[in-house]
Design a protein. Structure first.
Length: 172
């Protein structure tokens, strides 16, 4: 698991995938390993393959401390796939479970903006920026979120980035 996390953080995603698959083979009821494999697949631009694994993580560990992260990951995956309604639902659940984390606020803002609920999107964006003020522009957020392959980044630009801009996040 440590190698999987290290490889994912190094953006060596194919190697991370192998490590997470090995961890699951050794511990088939490890919710965290399923979540991390799902996140790795998201960053490989494969949200459709990631979602069932993340759902399994939530079934294996429904009260696990990583559950809010899993809910955010589900919001992330559904948003990348264009399933806006599911993304909104999961982002709201994640935000409710862990309001002091910026990610669910930002995902919710993007999804709501793509759903043309601009006032609520702007409020979610403002809360995300309040929680993590250094991400007050898309340029600063992109500079921090450097992981993912080119397919992931293309999906992110068409969904998350576009939604954040529509919600009122400045580009620079």
């Amino acid at each position: 698991m440590a190698l999987g996390l290290l490889r994912r953080l190094q953006n060596r995603l194919e190697e991370a995938r192998v490590e997470w698959e090995t961890a699951i083979a050794l511990q088939p009821y490890n919710a965290h390993a399923f979540l991390e494999l799902g996140l790795t697949l998201i960053y490989l631009g494969q949200p459709e393959a990631a979602i069932p694994l993340i759902q399994k993580a939530t079934r294996l560990g429904p009260y696990d401390s990583a559950t809010p992260a899993a809910l955010s990951a589900l919001a992330h995956g559904h948003l990348l796939l264009g399933d806006i309604d599911s993304s909104i639902a999961f982002a709201r659940k994640a935000r409710g479970r862990k309001p002091a984390v910026y990610i669910p606020h930002m995902l919710l803002a993007a999804a709501l903006a793509l759903h043309n609920e601009l006032d609520e999107a702007a409020a979610a964006l403002a809360e995300g920026i309040r929680v993590r003020p250094q991400f007050n522009s898309l340029a600063r957020l992109r500079a921090y979120t450097t992981w993912g392959n080119s397919h992931y980044r293309a999906l992110r630009e068409k969904t998350i980035d576009l939604g954040l801009l529509r919600a009122g996040m400045p580009n620079k």
